[in-house]
Design a protein around this ligand. Structure first.
Ligand code: NAP
Length: 260
């Protein structure tokens, strides 16, 4: 059974906010509005993304119900971590998924975050890392069984997580959020031709970005892909990739070939 069906409404397309929102609340409101109108529910952010959390908070104003805010704690200091959380509560009301960003001081931050989860103020705790060199430590963290969610990079050019972390997450019942599903934009810069994409049309694929997102979500161990965009029409386009039918092995292999 896919973990996300009971935990994070997966398999679904969410929305990332790194490098696209900054402190520009007006543009964030347009992108978040288009995403919500298209059925997007999961919004990922972090104190690292400059003004993105504040912009997301304003963008969700009046439309908060049903949205899942997945943000992060990113600091070595427990005191500063608590301050980050307090600001998030001001912006979002509450945090559904609180992730420890890049494993920073994860043992120390986890202690107080577990109390917040036990008292019902946070729904799920997660841990994230973007670098393969840190994946052994991500595995160590997951094996404590104290995390509900893990956020990792996964796309046809970055498949290291297939070796250990995706199987481990499935075994432990940990939900998987995928960062960088479009390779930070590098994978969509030179899209294949219309003819190349023709075999994927029956799967609802209109664009190369959608093919890449469906490639990620068709892995049954994945719950949420969180592409970032600064353009409302792309938020809607990306969201449409989060619907069945899912790719089988042949379609996934084709996407890998086209991305090569
Ligand atoms: N990268 C990391 O190391 C990292 C680390 C931790 C967490 N995360 C989380 O994961 C999220 C996603 O990762 P990411 O932002 O690094 O990269 P990504 O989502 O793989 O790629 C984002 C880029 O793709 C472009 N794009 C989006 N939709 C498109 C479409 N339909 N057609 C063409 N181009 C499209 C965007 O440009 P436009 O704005 O022009 O659309 C943007 O430049 C982050 O925002 C953040 O929330 C990332």
């Amino acid at each position: 059974m896919r973990v996300g069906e009971e935990r994070l409404l997966g398999p679904v397309v969410g929305l990332g906010t790194w490098n696209t929102f900054g402190a520009d609340a007006a543009s964030a409101t347009d992108v978040v509005g288009a995403a919500l109108d298209s059925g997007v529910r999961v919004f990922d952010s972090s104190p690292m993304y400059r003004g993105a959390e504040a912009s997301l908070g304003r963008a969700l104003h009046g439309r908060r119900e049903g949205a899942i805010v997945a943000t992060k704690i990113w600091t070595r200091s427990v005191e500063e971590g608590r301050e980050q959380y307090a600001r998030q509560v001001e912006w979002f009301g509450r945090v559904e998924v609180e992730q420890i960003h890049n494993l920073v001081a994860w043992r120390e931050q986890l202690k107080w975050l577990e109390r917040e989860r036990a008292e019902g103020r946070i729904d799920r705790l997660g841990v994230t890392h973007y670098a393969a060199g840190a994946f052994d430590e991500v595995a160590t963290a997951l094996r404590t069984r104290r995390f509900d969610v893990v956020q990792l990079p996964y796309n046809p050019h970055e498949r290291t997580v297939e070796r250990e972390l995706l199987p481990l997450a499935a075994e432990l019942g940990v939900a998987v959020i995928v960062m960088r599903p479009l390779g930070e934009g590098a994978l969509v810069r030179h899209p294949p031709s219309e003819d190349d994409l023709a075999p994927l049309r029956a799967f609802g694929i209109e664009t190369w970005a959608q093919a890449l997102l469906k490639w990620v979500l068709s892995d049954e161990r994945v719950d949420v892909a969180i592409p970032a965009t600064s353009r409302p029409e792309r938020a809607a386009e990306n969201a449409r990739a989060g619907r069945p039918p899912w790719f089988g092995p042949d379609e996934r292999a084709l996407v890998v070939d086209l991305a090569a």
